[in-house]
Write a protein that binds this ligand. Structure first.
Ligand code: NAD
Ligand code: GLY
Length: 370
């Protein structure tokens, strides 16, 4: 098991990464340090793990209570926060409690947000159970809920005390969700490390086969990229914005499709649009755009947006993106090359419109044929 101690402006967060961590008695004793733990999960996870992990957490008196939410991005709303907070108040819990999220990014975003506001802030722990939440959402303290007009615009920066990443959970994760998580892994490679990009490509079969060792390496490397960035820029004042590669388009696609496309799927499409845009600006080469598209195709991630989604639909959501200043100018991240990305402050809307409405789909199809 790997333990990484992250220090963020006086706040400590311990990240544990391993396989079958919960069978280890030391983990149970370690968790018992946090008294009054309330587990927050969803109905799907509860049904899968009630007789195993959740049973032992109860049996060893690690957890004190459970709150079970509905499953789905559509429940990442203020109403779920209300359910958690109302339950905690009814159960008369004080500031000494710890919330423990057990689920994917939806559950950790909701739990973190509830923890940050209940009695002006209580501790929380993340146990991420999707690949996406293991490499991204569980680390870095971004918490929040969606609003009908825009995604993730309401929230806080509030760090978990610890994160326990157990790759064993990925065995029950639906295939489509696993593939969706790989989008964030590829994102780190395009952002920071060309070697990692080719490593993913050459180890793809083992990753898709859930080979323990390769998966563990893949998750450790991804987490290190994220930790490195949040340590430099905890509150997304500058360099952390890079982690939004593909997300400005992606969030628009998620909202437009009413979350029928998964987060990672929307992000892979967003990364492809950003890459093509960058190629038009003479930044990234066509060959590298092709390599990015090829890797997403190999993984089984989508590279083109919904056919009925036009530039005006993208902009309607993108204009509300939280990276933008209040002057309504759209800001996006684009790759200069695989391994190096930059923030574009003042996006040329006319060019972007042309790419989305005219050339974009044709270009992608042309690339796919090569
Ligand atoms: P998710 O939380 O919706 O989980 C996906 C699905 O898989 C759900 O149906 C869930 O019940 C199920 N599931 C989870 N673990 C399982 C397991 N081990 N076995 C069987 N089923 C399982 O989706 P996600 O992709 O984990 O997270 C997406 C969310 O994360 C989005 O809301 C996104 O905005 C957010 N996010 C947040 C950050 C951040 O930094 N806070 C970063 C990236 C994404
Ligand atoms: N997922 C992007 C971030 O945490 O900043």
């Amino acid at each position: 098991m790997k333990i990484i101690n992250v220090k963020l402006n006086g706040k400590n967060c311990q990240i544990n990464i391993g396989y079958n961590i919960f069978s280890n008695k030391n983990m149970i004793s370690y968790l018992k340090v946090y008294n009054n733990i309330v587990l927050i999960t969803n109905v799907t996870l509860y049904n899968i793990y009630k007789k195993t992990i959740i049973f032992s957490l109860r049996q060893f008196k690690v957890i004190n209570n459970i709150i079970i939410l509905n499953d789905g991005e559509i429940y990442k709303t203020f109403n779920s926060i209300k359910i958690i907070v109302n339950n905690l108040i009814k159960l008369n819990y004080g500031r000494d409690i710890t919330l423990m999220s057990f689920g994917g990014g939806v559950i950790s975003d909701i739990t973190g947000f509830a923890a940050s506001i209940y009695k002006r802030g209580v501790k929380y722990i993340n146990i991420p159970t999707t690949l996406l939440s293991q490499v991204d959402a569980s680390i870095g303290g971004k918490t929040g809920v969606n609003n009908s007009l825009s995604k993730n615009v309401i929230g806080t920066f509030y760090h978990p005390k610890c994160v326990i990443i157990d790759t064993m959970f990925l065995k029950t994760l639906p295939r489509r969700e696993f593939i969706s998580g790989l989008s964030e892994v590829v994102k780190y490679a395009i952002l920071f490390d060309k070697t990692f990009f080719y490593w993913i490509k050459s180890n793809l079969d083992s990753i898709l086969f859930l080979d323990n060792k390769v998966l563990y390496d893949c998750i450790c490397r991804s987490c290190k990229f994220k930790i490195d960035i949040i340590c430099q820029d905890e509150k997304e004042k500058n360099i952390r914005m890079l982690l939004n590669l593909g997300h400005t388009f992606g969030h628009a696609i998620e909202s437009f499709t009413k979350y029928t496309l998964l987060h990672g799927e929307a992000v892979s499409i967003g990364i492809v649009i950003s890459s093509i845009f960058s190629n038009y600006l003479c930044k990234i080469s066509l060959e590298q755009v092709q390599e990015i598209i090829d890797l997403f195709n190999l993984i089984g991630l989508p590279v083109t947006g919904p056919k009925n989604m036009k530039s005006k639909d993208y902009f309607r959501y993108m204009i509300r993106d939280k990276k933008n200043f209040s002057n309504k100018k759209i800001r996006i991240i684009v790759p200069n090359k695989i391994g190096k990305c930059v923030l574009l402050d003042n996006v040329d809307i006319n060019l972007l419109t042309k790419i989305i409405d005219n050339n974009f789909l044709n270009d992608v199809l042309k690339y796919k044929k090569i």
